[in-house]
Design a protein around this ligand. Structure first.
Ligand SMILES: [Zn+2]
Length: 394
């Protein structure tokens, strides 16, 4: 993706920014491919849809980081393998909202739930992180490690492109939340809400109430409020990260629930029928280039100076945590209303482990990345990727 500049694969820059005509400028490039999908819808040109799918899948493989964000100085830069490093101008909000619109469109056209996984990851992490706590301003850039700040002003106006584009992310999320393919009611995302949709192939309207505090917790309760008793299909998206998911209808487990697919339930539905979903919210470690980060379900976790629990930059011990390892994180009360989710964990932090006391784990706190640094001031620093010690032979 970062090699798509079209000028002999050499990065062409102007100051700190990529030249606009280069195809590696993330927001503009994705908008073009979104146009390809619309052109396909209007004309049936399948090659254009295939190009959009191939490009999107390459962005997922090369660029989208642990918080669902991407781009440095608005350009592709092989962001996955560099996400622990201090690259400049990370995760422009325009790139984030365009990415959300791109995957929402592909979800609609292809019905592949992996695009809903991507939309969810971006929404709950980098998108909400870019919004300030009064929800009246989007940041222009939001790093994975550092502190947050308001964006620059454009053209002598007290606003910028990111404040203009930011609200589109909410629309992408809401469009994907609950949909139909004509005959099934499809739950792509899970939020406390009342939903109804007309199923054209059945010529009937169906309705549901959803009760959940997901993704703070992993259980979702869906109550059928369709007045007419009739057979139809309910499809529930099971995210790829949820290794062990339980789905129940009126208390009875549903067989064959598989991560990264839809769980389709076809039956005669009666008003008051209850569907319960229990997602696998195990906290997992991600280890890359001698750095470690943690996720819980779709949420990237961060240390934050508001917890006042020591140096958030302190190193983890060498090779102390493996990639994919399940971690013991406990849900705890947040120290302030600015923080949505809070967790404590005892971890192998600190370099002085030859000392008997230094060998013991250190108990530290984490919050969801969207809440981290929410005071938008340098004294409120946060960190997602933590360095691990090197040894002399490394
Ligand atoms: Zn922008």
């Amino acid at each position: 993706m970062a090699d798509r500049n079209g000028y002999g694969n050499k990065a062409e820059t102007h100051g700190g920014y990529v030249m606009k005509r280069n195809r590696w400028k993330a927001y503009e490039m994705m908008s073009c491919y979104q146009g390809f999908i619309e052109y396909y819808e209007a004309t049936g040109r399948k090659d254009l849809l295939d190009a959009a799918v191939a490009t999107c899948d390459q962005i997922i493989r090369d660029e989208i980081n642990i918080a669902g964000g991407s781009a440095s100085s608005e350009a592709w830069f092989h962001g996955i393998r560099k996400q622990h490093l201090p690259y400049e101008r990370l995760q422009e909000t325009c790139v984030v909202t365009t990415w959300m619109r791109f995957v929402e469109k592909l979800l609609q056209v292809t019905g592949d739930p992996k695009y809903a996984d991507e939309l969810e990851k971006a929404f709950y992490n980098i998108y909400l992180a870019s919004l300030n706590r009064n929800a009246d301003e989007f940041a222009a850039y939001t790093p994975l490690n550092g502190y947050r700040s308001r964006g620059h002003h454009h053209c002598a106006m007290h606003t910028n492109c990111c404040n203009a584009n930011g609200p589109r992310g909410f629309l992408a999320f809401l469009r994907a939340l609950f949909q139909t393919d004509g005959e099934a009611a499809i739950f792509n995302l899970y939020a406390s809400s009342s939903e109804s949709v007309f199923l054209p192939k059945l010529n009937e309207k169906v309705a549901f109430d959803i009760y959940t505090i997901y993704p703070a917790e992993g259980n979702v309760r869906i109550v059928n409020h369709t007045v007419k008793q009739m057979p139809f299909t309910v499809k529930l998206r099971i995210p790829a990260w949820s290794a062990k998911t339980t789905v129940k209808v009126n208390g009875k487990p549903v067989e064959g629930v598989k991560a990264g697919t839809y769980c389709a339930i076809t039956r005669t539905w009666t008003i008051g029928d209850v569907v319960e979903i229990f997602f696998d919210m195990t906290t997992r470690a991600h280890v890359m280039n001698n750095h470690v980060a943690f996720t819980r379900g779709p949420i990237a976790l961060a240390r934050d100076t508001r917890f006042n629990d020591g140096d958030i930059n302190e190193v983890f011990r060498r090779r102390s945590i493996k990639d994919g390892q399940a971690m013991d994180f406990a849900s705890v009360r947040a120290p302030s209303e600015d923080i949505w989710m809070a967790y404590s964990a005892s971890l192998p932090i600190g370099s002085h482990h030859e000392h008997p006391d230094g060998r013991r784990p250190q108990t530290v706190f984490f919050c969801d990345y969207a809440s981290a640094g929410d005071l938008w001031q340098p004294s409120n620093a946060y960190r997602v990727w933590f360095p691990m010690e090197y040894g002399p032979a490394d």
